[in-house]
Design a protein around this ligand. Structure first.
Ligand code: DQA
Length: 141
């Protein structure tokens, strides 16, 4: 495990300001810095990508498919709608960890279904930004 791609989906660029009672007060830049620092302790390099656009997320995963040894993805609301991102993940041969800041199972009914979970290696949700750190640890093993 040397290279991890970290993908954040729609509206996660506004972390810190967006529903902080649900998603916490840390900004995405702060979260990414903590992920990078933690990954560096394991000798892992990270690339980070955030987009509000499904196609841009798909392009980035495709473009990094040969570079990455693991993928951490919080697809945001695309979790509950995107067969296209799921199909992209099926192209990968590396482990995939799906992360959600909130517990998607304790919220509205539509959030309980994930298109991504059946094709992910593991799923972490409800632990806030700590979930990304645990995902790095899982991939580093
Ligand atoms: C989220 C949960 C999704 O349901 C929501 O649309 C998000 C964030 C989370 O991290 O808890 O944008 O993925």
């Amino acid at each position: 495990m040397k290279n991890i791609l970290v993908v954040h989906g729609p509206n996660l660029n506004l972390l810190g300001e967006r529903e902080p009672e649900l998603y916490g007060s840390e900004t995405l830049d702060e979260i990414n810095k903590n992920i990078a620092d933690h990954a560096n302790k394991h000798g892992i390099e990270c690339r980070f990508f955030q987009s509000n656009h499904e196609g841009a997320i798909i392009d980035t995963i495709q473009d990094n498919r040969k570079w990455m040894d693991g993928l951490i993805i919080n697809p945001g609301a695309y979790t509950h709608s995107s067969a296209a991102i799921r199909d992209t993940l099926l192209i990968l041969s590396c482990p995939i960890i799906e992360v959600h800041l909130s517990n998607i199972h304790s919220r509205e009914k539509f959030r309980r279904h994930s298109y991504i979970s059946p094709v992910a290696t593991g799923v972490i949700c409800g632990l806030g930004a700590k979930g990304y750190i645990l995902a790095v640890d899982a991939l580093a093993l």
